[in-house]
Design a protein around this ligand. Structure first.
Ligand SMILES: C[S@@+](CC[C@H](N)C(=O)[O-])C[C@H]1O[C@@H](n2cnc3c(N)ncnc32)[C@H](O)[C@@H]1O
Length: 184
């Protein structure tokens, strides 16, 4: 199983927003959803995306999205935005689950069955790491992962780098999926 964990510092925790960008960058969250699951005419069943939203009004909020249960969606930002608004209003959507879990609880839980990797330019190059079946990758948002959360995650795992170029979080997920497709 592939797990991606996105820590969103400001992503809104209610559906009370006009557009995705001004809702603490839920546009970035939507792009990460698209990169995690969508292939051409197919979705990835072996991916789970974990999103921790830390924006107003009720942080933290945990959204778990499982590829094996995901359907009734399309690959565009507008559709994903509508689904996010819906689940943030406590409505159901196949594959989406919402609860009040914190980032630290999630890391602890995932570390029981997965290798934890924290995405960071200064980490060990991905080419030098032998990736296994059960992996969980931690990503920051447009600002990056807060130091406190990074240090916590590093108690359970290590830093991994995609090189010196700083990529968008969603592009990191695409690169990780590509690398995992080659080896697993
Ligand atoms: C847009 S970047 C954040 C940029 C922010 N200025 C920073 O320095 O963290 C979003 C996230 O993508 C990941 N990332 C971006 N480029 C990377 C790279 N070359 N190697 C590993 N992770 C990367 C990191 O997890 C980062 O927190």
């Amino acid at each position: 199983m592939r797990h991606f964990i996105l820590f969103s510092r400001q992503g809104f925790t209610s559906s009370n927003f006009k557009n995705l960008r001004d809702s603490g960058r839920l546009d970035l969250v939507s792009h990460c959803i698209i990169s995690s699951f969508f292939l051409s005419h197919k979705t990835r069943k072996d991916v789970t995306l974990h999103i921790i939203l830390n924006g107003p009004p009720n942080p933290p909020l945990y959204i778990k999205i499982e590829g094996s249960k995901l359907y009734d969606t399309r690959t565009d930002e507008e559709t994903i935005g509508i689904i996010l608004k819906n689940v943030l209003s406590n409505n159901k959507h196949p594959g989406f689950e919402i609860s009040k879990k914190s980032f630290q609880e999630l890391i602890k839980e995932l570390s029981e069955e997965n290798e934890i990797y924290v995405l960071e330019e200064k980490g060990e190059l991905i080419e030098n790491i032998r990736l296994k079946d059960n992996v969980a990758f931690v990503l920051g948002d447009q600002v990056g992962l807060p130091k406190k959360e990074e240090l916590f995650a590093l108690r359970y795992g290590k830093k991994i780098s995609l090189g010196k170029t700083v990529y968008l979080a969603a592009d990191c997920i695409t690169i990780l999926n590509y690398n995992l497709d080659k080896v697993l």
